[in-house]
Write a protein of this length. Structure first.
Length: 391
């Protein structure tokens, strides 16, 4: 057993030595080949550099010296570039720190001014709170939630925005719980019909509440909290758009359940996404603006995609007649959106519409008007749906 172990160890030792010699030879051969390639490259590109050198060793030695100097120059260039980038990054960080310090100072200044006078001017607002440069005065700037609620009952440039949709909430509740149940339409509706109407009333009421909450707390002096309340407003708008489209899809395909629930499912999913996405920081980044616009355009477009199928099935005249009542509310929404985006009339009369009559007030009136128009349009849409069901 000892002899067998010794012979095995000797054999393993010899194998290791042989393997080492082979690898050493391979390394030397590889080194020679690389040296020859180095000389060949240098001779082909820098012939004058190696002239007068006879042996490979001399040529390699001189080539290495040349490359060492060449690499040193590259390192120096890289060091300079890195230094410049570091300096640029430092300046960028300093700029961020300065901007943050300036924002903190402007917030403190606005809080102090609001304590003294209750309402401040546009120029006294910190930059993240500046929305409309044509509204000069009447701004609240509060430190606590309680102050936001308390000042909602005092006169400011947000008073009309707050109470227009608070009143709208009451109007929608009165329709949902009094006028609709007392109507002839209610008695003719099935359980699912009533649920679809209920979804619209819920979305409309939620939109009014979310808008009221946003305008009540938009003056909070904490930027992160202020931006979260803005997301509350976005989510309410998304649900209202989706619910309005769903009522149209439901009645358009009243006798075609497959198409009806396919369209409704797509719109419902997009509506839920529209309620969630605004809360994601990525969705609100500046470079995501195109995708945000594309999403909301896509959400709104789902209400018109079914027009192609309706035109194919029932003809263009029937489709235009069906969409007639809906066009009124769409026109109201579009007019309000255009006024809001253009910031008129205050753009042409700065400071004259600080308290009432500004573009945002008009937009609020159009949203509430659009909801009421939709409620009346739903009567016509269900009338058409019932005719299809009994045909």
């Amino acid at each position: 057993m000892v002899v067998r172990v010794d012979s095995r160890e000797k054999r393993n030792k010899n194998e290791v030595l042989d393997g080492g010699r082979r690898r050493a030879g391979e390394v030397l051969d590889s080194g020679r080949r690389r040296a020859a390639v180095l000389v060949e490259v240098l001779e082909s590109r820098y012939a004058n550099l190696l002239s007068g050198r006879e042996t490979i060793a001399a040529k390699v030695s001189h080539g290495v010296e040349f490359l060492s100097g060449f690499l040193a120059d590259i390192e120096a260039t890289i060091d300079d570039a890195v230094t410049r980038e570091i300096d640029s990054a430092k300046r960028g960080l300093e700029h961020i720190v300065d901007a943050k310090d300036h924002l903190a100072e402007s917030i403190e200044g606005a809080i102090k001014a609001a304590r003294e006078r209750r309402l401040i001017t546009y120029e006294e607002l910190p930059f993240p709170w500046r929305v409309n440069p044509y509204i000069f005065s009447g701004y609240r700037f509060t430190e606590t939630y309680a102050d936001c609620v308390r000042l909602a009952f005092a006169l400011s440039n947000e008073t009309t925005n707050i109470w227009s949709h608070a009143l709208g909430f009451v109007i929608i509740l009165s329709i949902a719980f009094y006028f609709y149940p007392a109507s002839e339409m209610f008695s003719n509706h099935s359980t699912v019909d009533k649920l679809i109407n209920g979804l619209f009333f819920l979305a409309a009421a939620k939109c009014m509440v979310c808008s009221t909450i946003w305008h009540t707390f938009s003056s909070i002096s904490h930027q992160h909290i202020m931006e979260r309340f803005a997301c509350v407003d976005y989510s309410g708008i998304s649900l209202l758009i989706a619910a309005s489209i769903i009522t149209t899809e439901y009645t358009a395909f009243y006798v075609d359940p497959v198409s009806r629930w396919i369209y409704i499912s797509i719109t419902f999913i997009l509506g839920i996404a529209g309620m969630i996405l605004p809360w994601k920081p990525t969705f609100n980044r500046a470079d995501m603006r195109v995708w945000r616009v594309a999403f909301y355009v896509g959400l709104g477009a789902t209400g018109f995609i079914l027009m192609f199928q309706l035109t194919y099935i029932r003809g263009g005249e029937w489709t235009m007649s069906f969409y007639g009542p809906v066009m009124k509310l769409i026109l109201v929404y579009l007019c309000g959106a255009c006024v809001y985006a253009a910031q008129v009339p205050e753009k042409y009369f700065p400071g004259c519409f600080d308290w009432i009559g500004g573009s945002h007030n008009i937009w609020h009136a159009c949203v509430l008007g659009g909801i009421l128009f939709h409620w009346h349009a739903m009567n016509d849409l269900f009338h058409v749906a019932f005719k299809m069901a009994t045909a």
